[in-house]
Structure formats: structure tokens, C-alpha cells
Design a binder for this molecule. Structure first.
Ligand code: ASP
Length: 332
């Protein structure tokens, strides 16, 4: 199982860069934004949430190198994590809802703003691919629950039943107390979002999750909501979110970040403003995490979170590492 039960650490490359004070960008140095390199070729950039983002961003990069499109790249990058039955927050190994059912949410969006999404989908390994198929093969944007599953089966996605003893045990332990309290930076919420821009400035984004552990059956978070957990606008850039989805949905979080970039804010500043908006609207908020990533179409990127502990991966021609997001409050 991927060990994400820890606070973030810089990847080795990042640590070395910081230690030597070399030119590698740290987001802390730059108020949350890594600028595009003036005059440099706008090479591809992939950003992805949490530790598992490293693998997803690398995969996205490799898909582009193999002449795939940026849309293929963001789909295939997160498919890797969906297939990891060791993940308790993405895919069929994810922690269940309070009825013991693992339900999956995902969405994908293109440079042009076409979008597909599924919510509360069960027993399908790749919700992100169903989301893409909804976008490409139907006149709709989102399918949910039984209807989504039926449509997926009818369209060639195989049913896959997964029953993991450790997941069942976690649910039974939860049932004994039935206490519902999302925990900051612990993988009862560790959605994977992947944003990419190719060498020509074409963008795409994907987002996939099993959502909050032990949620009410039928609960849908921000992750499959276009404008909530993900938003892509080829004229401006892309953003994605992780954390307590209800907080993100209420401010249309990823859309907000992209719109702030449209108005001229740097990516990191746009993420920061979205986080601060959440805090302003929820004055009593404690112990709930939200993090945003933003990628501008020129390759500049940024991040911001409520609490320390949100990390993300960046893959560019020069970088292949985890970075720590700037934050508003120190956790712990
Ligand atoms: N945003 C997801 C949800 O609310 C969970 C997460 O990102 O951690 O379902």
C-alpha cells in the first residue's frame, strides 16, 4: 500500500535543490507560483496531487513522449492509481461509505472545455475512462449511480468486484464507533487530480477518487464536479482540488482558481485566494483540509492549501519531484 499516511516531504531532488540553493523553483520561495521560464520553450508540464501524483505525472509525461495527446496523458496517468488496490482513496481499493460500498467519482475535461463525469459508480476499475467515454460517446456530461454502471457495462467496461479484507476490517472498525470526522492529510481523502499542458499549450485535466471514507451512501464530493474538483479552460489554464469536497463545491473552487488566473492572478495567488475565500466563508473551520493546484497555459503553476501537509508532484523537462504546497495554517 502506498504510504501516504504522513506529512509531506520533499522528494530527493527537491531536497537537494533546496539544500544547495540552486535554481530549482520552490513554491515557498515564490509565494506559491513557479513562473514559466522567460524565453524558454514551453515544454510539457504535469501537476498532480499527493504522493501518488508522482507516478501519475510521470505516466502522463511518458504518454506525451510516446506521441499520445494531453487528454490521453491525463487519463492514463490517473488510471495507474485507480488500478492500485493498495490505494485507500482512489479506485476499487478505496475505503467504503457507511454502508460498506466503495463508490467512485471522476471527471475529465479537455482544452476546449468538453467534459465527462461519473459519480457514485461501483465495481468499475476505471471511472476516469467511463467519464471520458461519457464525454465522447454521449450528449451528456455526467452519469451517476446505477445508471452510470449500467451504461459502463453496456459500453464495454467490465465489472470488477473487489473485496479486500483490510478494507472490510476498516469499515467494521468504523461501524463500531460510527464517528464521522474527516482527518486532515490522512488518506480518507486523497483524491488524485492530474493537470497537463503539452508543448503547444494544449491543456487537459482529470480527477478521480473514492471520495470521503464512510460518507453517506450516495454522497458525491467535488471531484466529479466540473468547476469543483476540476476545471480546464484552454484560454487560461486548469485547476484541481483535493480535500473536503463540500468546502470546494460551495465556492466552485477549481473554476474560481481559473477565473482568478483569467483576471491576471498568478497561479499560486489564485489558489491562495480560493483557499482564503473558503476560510472567510467558514469562520469556525478547523481540522479540515482543502488544497488547490493551478496550471496556467504557459506552464506556470502554483498551489495552496488550508493546512500544511498537502504535497503534489511536478513533472517537466527539468523536474520530477514532490513539492510542498504553501498553506494558511500549520497542522499539528
Ligand atoms: N475531494 C474529495 C471528496 O470530497 C476527497 C479528497 O480529495 O480528499 O470526495
Amino acid at each position: 500500500m502506498t504510504d501516504r499516511r504522513r506529512f509531506l516531504q520533499l522528494g530527493l531532488a527537491g531536497t537537494a535543490a533546496l539544500a544547495t540553493g540552486c535554481a530549482a523553483t520552490t513554491l515557498e520561495d515564490r509565494n506559491g507560483t513557479a513562473p514559466a521560464r522567460p524565453g524558454a520553450p514551453r515544454g510539457p508540464v504535469f501537476l498532480s496531487t499527493w504522493d501518488h501524483g508522482l507516478e501519475a505525472a510521470r505516466k502522463g509525461w511518458n504518454v506525451l513522449q510516446a506521441k499520445g495527446t494531453v487528454l490521453d496523458a491525463v487519463e492514463q496517468g490517473v488510471m495507474l492509481i485507480e488500478s492500485d488496490l493498495g490505494s485507500r482513496s482512489v479506485g476499487l481499493g478505496g475505503l467504503p461509505d457507511r454502508d460498506g460500498r466503495t463508490t467512485l467519482d471522476a471527471c475529465i475535461q479537455t482544452h476546449e472545455g468538453l467534459a465527462g463525469a461519473v459519480a457514485c459508480l461501483e465495481d468499475i476499475e476505471h471511472p476516469i475512462s467511463v467519464a471520458r467515454a461519457v464525454m465522447e460517446r454521449t450528449p451528456h456530461v455526467m452519469l451517476v449511480g446505477e445508471g452510470a454502471k449500467q451504461w459502463a457495462l453496456d459500453n464495454g467496461f467490465p465489472e470488477k468486484k473487489v473485496d479486500l479484507p483490510e478494507v472490510r476490517q476498516a469499515w467494521q472498525e468504523w461501524l463500531a464507533k460510527s464517528a464521522y470526522k474527516p482527518v486532515v492529510n490522512i488518506e480518507n481523502h486523497d483524491t488524485i487530480g492530474l493537470l497537463g499542458v503539452d508543448g503547444t499549450g494544449r491543456l487537459a485535466g482529470s480527477c478521480t477518487t473514492s471520495g470521503l471514507a464512510f460518507k453517506i451512501h450516495g454522497r458525491v464530493g467535488d471531484s466529479p464536479i466540473i468547476g469543483g474538483g476540476l476545471f480546464v479552460d484552454g484560454d487560461v489554464g486548469a485547476a484541481c482540488a483535493t480535500g473536503l469536497g463540500e468546502l470546494v463545491i460551495r465556492i466552485a473552487g477549481s473554476h474560481t482558481v481559473v477565473e482568478l488566473m483569467r483576471q491576471g492572478m498568478e497561479p499560486g495567488a489564485a489558489c491562495k485566494e480560493a483557499v482564503q475565500r473558503i476560510l472567510r466563508k467558514n469562520p469556525g473551520l478547523t481540522e479540515q483540509q482543502v488544497g488547490f493546484l493551478a496550471l496556467r497555459k504557459d506552464g506556470a503553476y502554483g498551489a495552496h492549501a488550508i493546512y500544511s501537509g498537502f504535497n503534489f508532484a511536478v513533472r517537466t523537462a527539468e523536474d520530477d519531484r514532490l513539492l510542498e504546497s504553501p498553506y494558511e495554517r500549520k497542522w499539528g
